[in-house]
Design a protein around this ligand. Structure first.
Ligand SMILES: CC(C)(COP(=O)(O)OP(=O)(O)OC[C@H]1O[C@@H](n2cnc3c(N)ncnc32)[C@H](O)[C@@H]1OP(=O)(O)O)[C@@H](O)C(=O)NCCC(=O)NCCS
Length: 208
């Protein structure tokens, strides 16, 4: 798959100095990380993930609080192209969520960008196969992603964008040490901006 160049963020984010990262020699880009938690492996996406992800993106529960299910395979290909493109140019990206004890891909958790909505911050976003809900798995994943963002990418802050009625996601953000900062309209919907700064992360958790 070709990296969708047009979708790769090409600007300076308030919380991440993309230009100076890009200005470095490509050999100095951070290698794509694999994150390990007690129950999960968070690995980078691969082209071979299209089939499983297409099934997930077609599932209305997996796609709750979104613009709707994906009805065409090319939408999943675009998602995987996009995140593999971010990996390819060495910027914070999404992770495929894989249980340690199963050969299964059950969701995603990682970083998103929304410059087209005038949002300067990098978001931690996540979705999980409904069979795995309410076991604390995305909390585990989101914590690892948060720590990766502050520890390895040196982000100054991260946010999560959550519909006010999405109680499970609000709870995950709270358990991730985030607080509601404000309410905005995002993609036409009321949206709470949950945030945690690097200073708050250091004060709460120390340098992990
Ligand atoms: C949001 C989502 C990723 C959470 O994944 P998860 O692995 O089930 O999350 P966790 O188990 O780590 O935490 C969920 C928390 O919400 C709580 N919760 C779930 N449903 C709830 C409800 N109806 N009322 C109150 N609390 C609820 C759980 O009890 C848990 O909190 P606790 O640990 O304090 O008990 C999952 O629900 C999902 O994929 N939803 C659809 C997609 C989505 O909404 N993504 C986020 C977009 S912003």
């Amino acid at each position: 798959m070709a990296a969708p160049v047009a979708q790769i963020p090409r600007r300076r984010f308030a919380c991440y100095d993309y230009e100076s990262q890009r200005a470095r020699d490509s050999s100095s880009l951070l290698p794509v990380a694999t994150l390990e938690t007690e129950r999960l492996i968070l690995r980078s996406f691969r082209a071979q993930d299209v089939d499983v992800m297409a099934q997930l993106f077609a599932n209305p529960d997996f796609m709750r609080f979104s613009l709707g299910v994906f009805t065409e395979r090319k939408q999943t290909i675009a998602f995987i192209d996009k995140v593999m493109g971010w990996d390819g140019v060495g910027i914070p990206s999404q992770f495929a969520v894989v249980p340690r004890d199963e050969d299964a891909l059950i969701g995603y958790c990682g970083f998103f960008y929304h410059p087209e909505h005038q949002i300067e911050d990098i978001e931690i976003g996540y979705r999980l196969h409904p069979d795995y809900w309410n076991r604390g798995l995305i909390t585990e994943a989101a914590r690892a992603v948060r720590d990766h963002g502050f520890r390895d990418w040196k982000l100054s802050r991260v946010i999560s964008l959550i519909h006010p009625e999405n109680i499970p996601s609000r709870r995950v953000a709270e358990k991730n040490g985030m607080q509601v900062e404000k309410e905005i309209t995002f993609r036409g919907f009321p949206t709470l901006v949950f945030a945690i700064t690097r200073e708050q992360w250091l004060a709460k958790y120390g340098a992990r």
